[in-house]
Design a protein around this ligand. Structure first.
Ligand SMILES: NC(=O)C1=CN([C@@H]2O[C@H](COP(=O)(O)OP(=O)(O)OC[C@H]3O[C@@H](n4cnc5c(N)ncnc54)[C@H](O)[C@@H]3O)[C@@H](O)[C@H]2O)C=CC1
Ligand SMILES: O=C([O-])CC(=O)C(=O)O
Length: 329
C-alpha cells in the first residue's frame, strides 16, 4: 500500500449526496484497496453537528483504506493540500425549478471555494463540480482560481452519461457493459444532448441498432435529459446515491484513465472543438489518462446533432452572461 494518503475534499459533506459519497470514497472505490484516502469535509457551520454524526459512522465502518477525516467550515483550512476536491455542497432544486434557477443562490459558494482552492490546494489538484448548475459553477470556480490550470476543473455530466447507457441497454436488451462511446453534449440541464449517433451496442452503431428515430427524439433524449426532475417528482428530493456513484465514476476515470477503446462524458472548458464557444464549460466525449483529459476529435456531427448541441451551448452562454452580470466571473 502506498503510504501517502490521497487527500480528497468533499463540500456539502453532511448532505444527501455526501451521505452516499463519503462511504464509497472511504472504502476505496476511487483508487482501490491499496491507496489510503484522507477525507477533508467542508460544511456550513450549522451543519457541522450533523457532519460529526456522519464521521462517527465512518469510524464505525473501520475502513482499512481510510487514513483520516478532518471536518470544518473554513474552506482554506479544509482544502489545504488536497489532491482532489469534489464540490458537491450547494442548494438543490425543488419541484418546478430548473437548475439554472440556482445560479444566484449557489454562485457565491463557488467564487469563495475557487479562491480558497487557488490559495491552498496541492499542485496536482483536480476539481470536480457536482453542485448545480454544475457547468456554470465550474466556470465560476475556475475563473476565481487563476493559478490552477483551467483543465483541472470539470463538471459532472457522468450521471447523464450513465442514465443514457442504462436507457439504451434497456431498449436494446443488452447488458450495460455492451454499450460504449456514449456522449452527453452541452449543459447538465434539460437542454443536454445525449448522442446515440456515435454510441455503440456490442460494437454496432447504436442509432442503427435502435432504428427508431421517433424513440430517439421523443423518448430517449427527453427521458435522459429530464431524469433529474422525474426523480425529484418521485422521491421528493433530488437524486443522491446515483449522483454520488457518478461523481466517483467521473473522478476515478479522470485519475486512472478511461477504458481502452471507449470514452466518457465530462464537462470541461471548451477550446472551440465542435464549434462549442471557447471558454464555456460544456460536456464533450473525452478520453482520460493520469489526471488529464482530451476531447475526442473527428466525430461527424449531422444537422440534427448540430442543432441540439447549439441549443445547449446557447443556454450555457446565457448562464455565463448572467454570472458575469452578477460579478461572479
Ligand atoms: N451534477 C449532477 O449530476 C447532480 C447534481 N446535484 C446537485 O448536487 C448538490 C447537492 O445535492 P444534495 O447533496 O442532494 O443536497 P443537500 O441539500 O442534501 O446537501 C447540500 C449540502 O451542502 C451544504 N452547503 C451549502 N452551502 C455550503 C458551502 N458554502 N460550503 C459547504 N457546504 C455547503 C449544505 O449545508 C448541505 O448539507 C445540489 O446542487 C444538487 O442539485 C444533484 C444530483 C446530480
Ligand atoms: O435534477 C436535479 O436537480 C439534480 C440533478 O442534477 C440530477 O438528478 O441530474
Amino acid at each position: 500500500m502506498s503510504a501517502t494518503p490521497f487527500k480528497v475534499a468533499v463540500t456539502g459533506a453532511a448532505g444527501q449526496i455526501g451521505y452516499s459519497l463519503l462511504f464509497r470514497l472511504a472504502s476505496g472505490a476511487l483508487l482501490g484497496p491499496d491507496r489510503p484516502v484522507e477525507l477533508r469535509l467542508l460544511e456550513i457551520t450549522p451543519a457541522l453537528k450533523a457532519l460529526e454524526g456522519v464521521v462517527m459512522e465512518l469510524d464505525d465502518c473501520a475502513f482499512g483504506t481510510l487514513a483520516g477525516v478532518e471536518i470544518g467550515d473554513d474552506a482554506e483550512k479544509v482544502f489545504d493540500g488536497v489532491n482532489l476536491a469534489l464540490l458537491v455542497g450547494a442548494r438543490p432544486r425543488g419541484p418546478g425549478m430548473e437548475r439554472g434557477d440556482l445560479l444566484e443562490a449557489n454562485g457565491a459558494i463557488f467564487t469563495a471555494q475557487g479562491k480558497a482552492l487557488n490559495a491552498v490546494a496541492a499542485d496536482d489538484v483536480r476539481i470536480g463540480v457536482t453542485g448545480n448548475p454544475a457547468n456554470t459553477n465550474a466556470l465560476i470556480a475556475l475563473s476565481n482560481a487563476p493559478d490552477i490550470p483551467a483543465e483541472r476543473f470539470s463538471a459532472l455530466t457522468r450521471l447523464d452519461h450513465n442514465r443514457a447507457i442504462s436507457q439504451l441497454a434497456a431498449k436494446t436488451g443488452s447488458p450495460v457493459t455492451d454499450i460504449t462511446k456514449m456522449t452527453i453534449w452541452g449543459n447538465h440541464s434539460a437542454t443536454q444532448y445525449p448522442d446515440l449517433f456515435h454510441a455503440e451496442v456490442g460494437g454496432r452503431n447504436a442509432a442503427q441498432v435502435v432504428g427508431d428515430q421517433a424513440w430517439l427524439e421523443n423518448d430517449f433524449i427527453p427521458t435522459v435529459a429530464k431524469r433529474g426532475a422525474a426523480i425529484i417528482e418521485a422521491r421528493g428530493s433530488s437524486s443522491a446515491a446515483s449522483a454520488a456513484s457518478a461523481t466517483i465514476d467521473a473522478a476515478r476515470d479522470w485519475l486512472t484513465g478511461s477504458p481502452e477503446g471507449d470514452w466518457v462524458s465530462m464537462a470541461v472548458q471548451s477550446d472551440g472543438s465542435y464549434d462549442v464557444p471557447a471558454g464555456l464549460v460544456s460536456s464533450f466525449p473525452v478520453t482520460t489518462r493520469d489526471g488529464d483529459w482530451e476531447i475526442v476529435q473527428g466525430l461527424e456531427i449531422d444537422d440534427f446533432s448540430r442543432s441540439r448541441i447549439d441549443a445547449s451551448t446557447a443556454e450555457l452562454a446565457e448562464e455565463r452572461d448572467a454570472v458575469k452580470g452578477l460579478g461572479l466571473i
